[in-house]
Design a protein around this ligand. Structure first.
Ligand SMILES: [Zn+2]
Length: 195
């Protein structure tokens, strides 16, 4: 017998619901469109992925964390805190930051390593030196995606923020849990204070 249930997000990337018997049932998105079965035997049809996203309060076409952040900014739900990330004092002000996220960073460095080995093998030490000279910067703006995010920061603190190192800027952004996740998933991103 199929029953109507309320869907929720998680655990992990999956979805879940509570069966009529009270058991929590976790469902992988691979089951979309098919019935899920609780231990008690009751079956529930799993909606399509876009319907599941809709039912659990997500944009139907939301792809990942960046899209989720964009959506929350659009809805005025980010920044979520009411205190200045630098001074810790309550404020309504925000400062816009740009986060440049290299999309193929690992692939590039992997290829780069192969090229370095090849040149060193062909030309010895000279090849290695040539590789070092010809090497492109590790973060290229082409192949990178940039995200503009508002951070809760009092207006009088903005000039100070512009002087901060990347490490300190990361620390500031980590005060917002979703930005912390973004930086954790993209450790090579570069932060710029826009205004
Ligand atoms: Zn059940």
């Amino acid at each position: 017998m199929e029953t109507e249930v309320e869907w929720r997000r998680g655990p992990g990337n999956g979805y879940g619901y509570t069966c009529g018997c009270g058991r929590a049932v976790a469902v992988s998105t691979a089951l979309c469109g098919s019935p899920a079965r609780c231990e008690c035997g009751a079956e529930t049809r799993v909606p399509s992925l876009s319907r599941l996203r809709e039912l659990t309060g997500r944009d139907p076409y939301e792809a990942g964390l960046m899209d989720e952040i964009r959506r929350l900014i659009r809805d005025g739900r980010l920044p979520s805190s009411g205190v200045c990330a630098l001074s810790g004092r309550p404020t309504e002000d925000t400062v816009l930051l740009s986060v440049l996220i290299p999309r193929f960073f690992q692939d590039q460095s992997h290829r780069g390593m192969g090229k370095a080995l090849l040149m060193t093998w062909l030309l010895g030490w000279l090849g290695f030196m040539l590789y070092q000279v010809s090497k492109k910067p590790q973060i290229e703006e082409e192949g990178a995606e940039s995200l503009e995010i508002p951070l809760r920061l009092a207006a009088d603190q903005a000039p100070r923020a512009r002087e901060l190192s990347q490490r300190r800027l990361r620390k500031l952004l980590r005060t917002e849990p979703l930005y912390a996740r973004l930086l954790q998933e993209n450790p090579h991103s570069r932060i710029t204070v826009l205004g």
